[in-house]
Design a binder for this molecule. Sequence first.
Ligand code: SF4
Length: 257
Amino acid sequence: MSETATTPKKSPRKWLLTQNSDLRRIGVFNWTLPAFAIQLPDGSNFNVCPQAGVCARFCYARVGTYRFKNVRAAHIRNLLLCRDTPEEFEARMTEELSHKRYSGKWIRLHDSGDFYSEGYLHTWLRIMKNSPGVRFYCYTKEIRLFKRVLAESAPDNFLWCYSLGGKEDKYIDLTKERHADVFPDVEALIAGGYTDQTESDLLSVLSESPLVGIPANRIPYLLKKQGKGTFGSLQRERDEKLAAKKSARSQELALVH
Ligand code: SF4
């Protein structure tokens, strides 16, 4: 009687960082959270993008494949890991980034979601400092948080691009600070004097010009809603309307008193 030795199969490692087809093409890995205001499995609500403004109306990460049950579940798992167990998240992410598959690579933080708290930003800054062989980049609408926390010391391996369409657009110097705006199409962004980042998402942080133009996703009803405006121009319109309402209200109150 002969016995065949069987080696138990190792289950494949579950990576925290993933790649979609666009990012795989340019060798970038991605950390994703859910977009904007969501309801969590315990029934509580949480806003992952506290400074989102008009962008939330056009957000590609709230439609299409992002709504698939398994995709949403994975993004929520990511959020709960970094929000509820930040030490575990930091340790697991730092360990994962030491793997050779990330050596010399770029990691994009948040193709959806944003830095929802200062503590979460600090967690990432420590991960970056402890992962010197890896480079990181992001878009963010957390303008004041970034200016305050990163003004004096930012990790050498981290670049970022402010993105328009948020409540803090007004704190960006559009003439010289790196920022991205979403235009209806490539022709419109070129006409607006912006650099087209279609070729590679890394141009958002590596292009010579700090004015980064993104053509809107080809989702017909979102394109219709956006019309000829850009996220930046639509946010300015919203800010002006809100300011006018506020001033009318203060005048009314002044008349009453
Ligand atoms: S900040 Fe980004 S992910 Fe969040 S709502 Fe705006 S476009 Fe969507």
